[in-house]
Design a protein around this ligand. Structure first.
Ligand SMILES: NC(=O)c1ccc[n+]([C@@H]2O[C@H](COP(=O)([O-])OP(=O)(O)OC[C@H]3O[C@@H](n4cnc5c(N)ncnc54)[C@H](O)[C@@H]3O)[C@@H](O)[C@H]2O)c1
Length: 256
């Protein structure tokens, strides 16, 4: 499928992890993709892989804790043409302590900054360009954590991801009349190397086996699972879907 021929997409924090998989998926379907990351080496590696495959992937070093850098990067992309798709991928628990009482105010601020503020700033900078074009697809990266709580990331992360779902509802209502949709994807644990390390640190082998047994499809998610769902929300054919939060967890949430 080449659903994104002639479309451009911006994916934040996509030098590695899920964002990178999403970027390659959209590029393989024809999008001109821009990826941001603060890690120049990760971006260089992604750019090399994209070039080898003949994919249109542009990279830019952006530290998303810097609102001015976000605004400048959006302006630079908009100067080159439309921004049709925005994937607010940046986020994470930053491996702050699991226990609520063990989390500090500084942990709260950091986790809210990376999961919420950076996405708000990006969205605020991008939307005027989408409004001018009369078209936009915004996909926020929520989590199973924000829907049901988490087995391994703490309350700050859970609250931040819940905030992204709430933000999605309002952006969808406010900008629907302008041709812009906004949806959230809520993945369960996706076994990237980083998440495998975190699970190994925070859950015993027995606990991990027990959790796997509660997932009806009996497997964890993959980067490709996430990329396929985001590609749907990002497509023109998803134009009647907005304000939605999609569970992507193998049915895990149906089972205690
Ligand atoms: N991996 C999972 O299991 C999972 C599950 C549910 C939701 N999510 C969400 O999906 C998104 C991506 O998760 P991931 O596990 O791929 O992330 P990750 O931790 O692997 O990070 C991806 C990239 O973010 C970059 N980054 C970090 N801080 C940055 C900053 N300040 N500025 C610019 N770039 C920065 C890193 O350099 C890295 O390349 C997050 O929002 C996460 O909360 C992940």
């Amino acid at each position: 499928m080449r659903r994104f021929e002639g479309r451009s997409a911006l994916i934040s924090a996509a030098g590695a992890g899920l964002g990178r998989g999403v970027a390659f998926r959209l590029a393989r379907e024809g999008a001109a993709v821009t990826i941001w990351d603060r890690d120049a080496d990760a971006l260089a590696e992604a750019a090399g892989e994209a070039a080898a495959e003949g994919l249109a992937v542009t990279t830019r070093v952006v530290d998303m804790m810097d609102g001015a850098a976000i605004a400048a990067a959006v302006a630079a992309m908009a100067a080159d043409g439309a921004i049709d798709v925005l994937v607010n991928n940046i986020g994470g628990s930053l491996h702050t302590p699991f226990g609520f009482l063990d989390q500090s105010d500084a942990d709260w601020d950091k986790v809210m900054a990376v999961n919420v503020t950076a996405c708000v700033q990006t969205t605020r900078a991008v939307i005027p360009h989408m409004v001018a074009a009369g078209y936009g697809r915004i996909i926020n990266m929520g989590s199973k954590a924000g829907r049901f709580g988490s087995l391994f990331a703490g309350a700050n992360y859970v609250a931040a991801k819940g905030a992204m779902q709430a933000l999605t509802l309002q952006i969808a209502q406010e900008f629907g009349p302008k041709g812009i949709t906004c949806n959230t994807i809520c993945p369960g644990a996706i076994l990237t190397p980083r998440v495998q390390g975190l699970l190994a640190e925070r859950q015993s082998a027995e606990e991990r086996a027990r959790v796997l047994g509660t997932i009806p499809v009996r497997r964890h998610g993959t980067v490709e699972d996430v990329a396929a769902a985001i590609a749907y929300f990002a497509s023109e054919e998803a134009g009647f879907v907005t304000g939605a939060s999609l569970d992507l967890n193998g049915g895990q949430a149906m089972v205690i």
